[in-house]
Structures are given as C-alpha cells and as structure tokens.
Design a protein around this ligand. Structure first.
Ligand SMILES: C[S@@+](CC[C@H](N)C(=O)[O-])C[C@H]1O[C@@H](n2cnc3c(N)ncnc32)[C@H](O)[C@@H]1O
Length: 264
C-alpha cells in the first residue's frame, strides 16, 4: 500500500504522527526486513505503516505485542486497510513483553548458550520505563540479526513531564520521576552495548541503533523538520491524545499512562 493511502486512514489514530509514519515506512521500504518486532501495539497506527511498507516490498511480517489489559483493538484497523495478513498480534493477559522476549530467547537458544537472531527490525514503543525497557533492549539485542536496526520512541518523555502524571508501574524516587527513561536506556545501555555501533537521534525523539558489532562506533543527530515543524508535531500529538481520550472514554491503565504522555 502506498504511503499516502495508509496516512489518509491512520492520520487521526494515536500515537504515530504522519511524519513519523513516513519515516518508519521509508525505513521498511529501504531495509526490506523479513521479520519485524514491535513492542507496544496500542491502536495499531505504527503497525499499519509498517505493514503497508511490507506489502509494497512484497515480503515480510510484523509481530506486535501488547497486553489485553491495555484495552486496545488494533485488528479492525489493519483489516479495514486490507493489511492484516502482514501482522501477527500477540496479546497477553498478564506480565510484560519482557516475558515474551524471554520465551523467544529461550526458544532460539542452544545448549551452549548461543541465541539465533530472528528479527531484522525492532520498534520499541511500550513502557518508556528504565527498569522494563532496560531489560527489553538487552533481550531484543539477542534476537536482532547483525545489520538490523532497533528504534526507540519517546527519548525525552518523563513521568514528571506528563501533564497530569502517568501511572507508575512501581514507586519511584524524585529523580526517577524527573529523568527521561528511554533516553537513559538509549545512552547507557544501547549506546554502550558492544553489539550496537551506529546511532542516530532523530528529531530529538527517536533513537536509532544498528547492530553492527564490528563497525567503528558512530553517533549522529539529525532533524527532518525545522523548529516550527517540531512544534507542529508536538501539537499534533497533543491533539490526537485529547481526541483519543474523548473517543475512548475511560482508558485502561497502560493506555491512560500513554495518553498523559506529551511525547506520545
Ligand atoms: C505508545 S503505545 C504504542 C503506540 C504504537 N506503537 C503506535 O505508534 O501506534 C504503548 C503501548 O505499550 C504497551 N505497553 C506498555 N508497557 C508494556 C509492557 N510492559 N508489556 C507490554 N505492553 C506494554 C501499552 O499497553 C501501550 O499500548
């Protein structure tokens, strides 16, 4: 499916802006992955952009994970777009994607302790929490093939920057509430991991990391938009979040946490 067609349908679905959708679509078109992993499905907007690009490629599949307690129903969107055959939804009633990742690492490991990597791209857009996503990136690294990319959303989001305060997975200190957790995961775990060597921070919000263990380390900061464009994007996210809350009525705890997130 062409980018314009998926954007037309998904533009009002939180939490991926049309600009981000275009970027992730472009990445999938250029990289041509066979196996994509998404952690954090929500309404299926990002899954839709990725599935549309896979359809254009004529190959590949997205596995996307969320909890049933989040209360989202992304399947109708993908069916409506005719893209459902490109996506597998994994929905669990309890626990976290970290337990699912643990199962995948277990299934793909031999007795000597080698884990066979299975994914060509991972989009991590879930808990935005140091303790949860710090483990997630370590497990994801084992499952990513050399040459593939990991993308982290919401680098600068913090609990205390949420307008009405996000719900906490457990009690947190003041510094934990103030700090951007995904930024810490990116800077202190991903960027210091020996397997990841190519890094790009895009539009102050996305952290890209390539698993290229033998390449020299490289770090770039890029912007696809002007300062005015970044402000417009932030406005877009807040508007989508507000309209989502009205449409959904009472949100489930995970959804509610994200709905309060300005980083969206
Ligand atoms: C920001 S939303 C995902 C948005 C989606 N990627 C998009 O752009 O359309 C984050 C999702 O992550 C899920 N999530 C958060 N923490 C999680 C965890 N520990 N395990 C599983 N899912 C989690 C939430 O339920 C929520 O649906």
């Amino acid at each position: 499916m062409e980018l314009a067609a998926v954007t037309d349908r998904v533009r009002d679905v939180p939490w991926m802006s049309p600009e981000q959708g275009a970027e992730i679509y472009r990445h999938i078109r250029e990289a041509g992955p066979d196996h994509v992993l998404e952690l954090g499905t929500a309404n299926g907007a990002s899954a839709a952009y990725m599935a549309a690009a896979l359809e254009e490629n004529g190959k590949g599949h997205v596995v996307t994970f969320d909890r049933s307690t989040a209360g989202f129903e992304p399947e109708p969107l993908l069916r409506d777009l005719g893209l459902d055959r490109w996506v597998t939804f994994i929905v669990r009633d309890d626990s976290s994607y970290n337990w699912y990742l643990k199962e995948l690492v277990e299934e793909n490991s031999d007795a000597a302790g080698n884990c066979e990597p299975i994914f060509d791209f991972c989009y991590l857009d879930g808990a935005h929490n140091w303790t949860i996503d710090g483990l997630a990136v370590v497990l994801v690294e084992k499952l990513l093939k050399p040459g593939s990319w990991l993308l982290l959303d919401d680098l600068e989001w913090s609990y205390s920057s949420s307008p009405s305060g996000a719900s906490l997975p457990f009690p947190m200190s003041k510094s934990e509430l103030r700090a951007p957790h995904v930024r810490a995961v990116f800077d202190l775990i991903v960027r210091q991991h020996p397997s990841f060597t190519q890094f790009r921070v895009q539009d102050a919000n996305w952290g890209w990391a390539a698993k290229s263990p033998n390449a020299p380390r490289r770090y770039d900061v890029t912007s696809t938009r002007s300062a005015a464009g970044l402000v417009a994007m932030a406005g877009w996210k807040l508007a989508r979040i507000a309209s989502s809350r009205v449409r959904r009525g009472k949100a489930a705890p995970d959804a509610e946490a994200k709905a309060r997130s300005p980083a969206g």
